[in-house]
Each structure stands twice: as structure tokens, then as C-alpha cells.
Design a protein around this ligand. Structure first.
Ligand code: C5P
Length: 230
């Protein structure tokens, strides 16, 4: 669908992974984290417009990675430089959207194994409902609220909680409104859209949409990629 865009944010350094290269450029199988993430986006049932947000010094490298696959799939795309924070990187991605785009999905390159169907479902739900839709999973661990000294203050009712994933989808107007109005830093796009009082629904996420953060996550991703290749 030519009115849907996916912004893939890949401009983080990924210090917790302990690799010299930025996280999106770390090898994964015979590819990179970014390459695997892009294949998932390009597996959508209708090709979206693609915006990749890359580290400043890696824009050309990212452009080559994107062109190698989007070209073959004849998908239109742009690659732009990111900022200091994820929020700033998303904001730059929004700035690169063509006029025709009505629905925007924001996705972490650091979640490369997210199945294509999750993108399809989020995009369809945004259009059907006319507001934000984000994938979430039930919280497995018991969660405590703790004070500065490390003492437990309360046990949070787990049934009221959901762990957020990406792609997070929004009507373009809602996302632009939230980004133009919001103050301070938010850890995901949903938080920004919530902060300006707009509704967002949760749809079922997928365990494979986990975020690569520490070395054990990369190991898990390597295993899943190897299994897929069998
Ligand atoms: O650091 P973390 O893994 O939580 O970042 C989530 C996603 O946001 C990653 O895909 C990362 O590349 C991206 N990001 C970005 N620009 C930043 C920080 C993070 O595009 N300044």
C-alpha cells in the first residue's frame, strides 16, 4: 500500500552489546542486524515506503544495504542520519516522509526477527481504528515498585501490564502532532502519543520481536536465523 511507510530506526550505538560497530551493523547469520530487519519489512503483503535512520557516519553504508534489497523489490526508500536519542532519530525519519503517506509504522532495527505478519497486522489495525496501535506481550515476571534504597514499595498487578514491542503504528497526523507537541524524552513512540492524550490500542506481539540489547540476545537471534536457514 503506497500510503503506508515504515521508519526503521538504526542509529543507536548499542553500547550494551559490547561490539565495535553500531548495533544495526553487527553481523547476524550471513547478513547484518539491519539487513535481517529490512527483509522482515519487505516481507509485508503490500510494499510500504521505507525510511531508514542510520548513524551519521554510516548513512552511505546503510543506503547500500537498503538499495541491495529494496531495489530488487522495487520499493521506494530514503536513508537519513539519526540523532543523539531514539526520539530525535524518529523525528528525523518523520521529516523524510513523502506527502502521500497516511499511516506510519516505527520499528527498531534492533528487533530484526519480528515476523512480517506483525507489520501487516499493525498497519491494518491503524487504518481500521484510526488511531495508534502497538504490539505488546503479557509480562511474565512479577514486577515490584522499589524505592531509591532498593526496598520494595509495592507489587504491581501483572494482569494490568504489557511489555511493548515494535513496529508501533499511528496515523501520520497523530504521530506528527505528538512529535511537534511533546516535551522531554520518551522511551517509545506510544509514550509520546499518550503524552498528548491520544488513544492507543495494544495488539498481540510476538516473542520473536524481542530486542537485541545484550550479547545473550544476539546469541538467541543467531540461533533463530540458523534454524530459519535449515
Ligand atoms: O538502544 P535501544 O536498543 O533501546 O534502541 C532501540 C532502537 O532505536 C535501535 O534500533 C536503535 O538503533 C535506535 N536508536 C536510534 N537512534 C538513537 C538511539 C537508538 O535510531 N540515538
Amino acid at each position: 500500500d503506497s500510503t503506508v511507510a515504515v521508519i526503521v530506526v538504526a542509529a543507536g550505538s548499542g553500547t550494551r552489546l559490547g561490539r565495535p560497530e553500531p548495533k544495526a551493523f553487527v553481523p547476524l547469520g550471513d547478513d547484518t542486524v539491519l539487513g535481517v530487519a529490512l527483509d522482515a519489512v519487505l516481507g509485508m503483503s503490500d510494499a510500504p515506503y521505507l525510511v531508514v535512520v542510520a548513524p551519521d557516519e554510516r548513512v552511505e553504508e546503510a543506503r547500500a544495504i537498503v538499495a541491495a534489497r529494496a531495489g530488487g523489490a522495487s520499493v521506494a526508500f530514503d536513508v537519513v542520519a539519526g540523532g543523539e536519542t531514539r526520539q530525535e532519530s524518529v523525528s528525523r525519519g518523520i521529516g523524510a516522509l513523502p506527502h502521500v503517506i497516511e499511516t506510519v509504522l516505527v520499528h527498531d532495527a534492533a528487533r530484526p526477527l519480528t515476523p512480517s505478519i506483525v507489520f501487516d497486522e499493525v498497519a491494518a489495525a491503524v487504518r481500521a481504528r484510526g488511531h495508534g496501535v502497538v504490539p505488546g506481550l503479557p509480562v511474565i515476571d512479577t514486577i515490584k515498585r522499589v524505592d531509591a534504597r532498593g526496598r520494595i514499595v509495592a507489587t504491581v498487578d501483572r494482569s494490568e501490564l504489557a511489555a511493548m514491542q515494535t513496529p508501533q503504528g499511528f496515523p501520520r497526523s497523530a504521530l506528527e502532532h505528538a512529535y511537534s507537541r511533546a516535551h522531554g524524552e520518551h522511551t517509545d513512540d506510544a509514550a509520546l502519543v499518550e503524552s498528548v492524550g491520544m488513544p492507543i490500542d495494544i495488539v498481540p506481539g510476538d516473542a520473536r520481536a524481542f530486542k537485541i540489547t545484550v550479547p545473550a540476545d544476539l546469541h538467541r537471534a543467531e540461533q533463530l536465523v540458523a534454524e530459519r536457514a535449515d
